[in-house]
Ligand binder design. Sequence first.
Ligand code: Z5A
Length: 208
Amino acid sequence: MTTRGKFITFEGPEGGGKTTQAKRLVERLQAAGQPVVYTREPGGTPTGEAIREILQHNKAGEAPCAETEVLLFAASRAQLVRHVIIPALERGDWVVCDRFADSTTAYQGYGRGFSVEQMIAINEFAIDGAQPDLTILLDLPVSDGFARLQQRGGKKDRIESEALDFHERVRAGYLELAQRWPERFRIVDPRGELGAVAEEIWKLVRRD
Ligand code: Z5A
């Protein structure tokens, strides 16, 4: 019988280095001989990537209303879970996902002001029991994250363009979620040197 793979998610406010660190972790796991799938949200499937264009760049020609936004994130997630995440875990592969269900609770719940419990219930419907085993929360002050994104350049997307207090609520929301589920959340300060942050994450992955 194949042992179920491990499911690791990266979460946090803007510019914390989720994508950079998730990809580093994947390379390290591969080098250690561990089959691993890297994916991201919103996206990760053709349907999810099409939803991403609507959500981030108003591809449909209008901004989604807040309720539609919640449901589109959940729809992208439902597809990703059933087409990519569950099959990979059942094969025994590990999955590293750049943002997942906690993003909806943090951004649409704490950030937009929808009921946190309602966001959690919608997530449960979308994920069909595929809870992460480990969630790395890259937590940093909002201003530090935005400074990094500014350095990186490029145009801000629709959600990045939200007011500062929205992003402050998101950050505080994530910290509450980490307290709510201490068994799977690990908080990492991503302001150190890139390699040092990667090392700290590697230690957490090996320990948990
Ligand atoms: N969203 C939502 O509202 N609800 C949901 O349910 C979901 C998502 C799933 C997705 O955007 C948006 O959707 C996101 C939340 C929302 N929007 N906001 N705002 P995305 O996928 O395009 O981007 P992101 O997830 O927000 O990632 P990011 O903020 O662009 O960045 P990051 O992945 O955390 O960081 P990075 O790209 O790896 O690094 C950022 C820069 O910092 C880059 O230039 C790096 O080279 C640099 N960096 C990284 N680490 C370091 C260190 N250690 N030192 C120095 N510089 C560093």
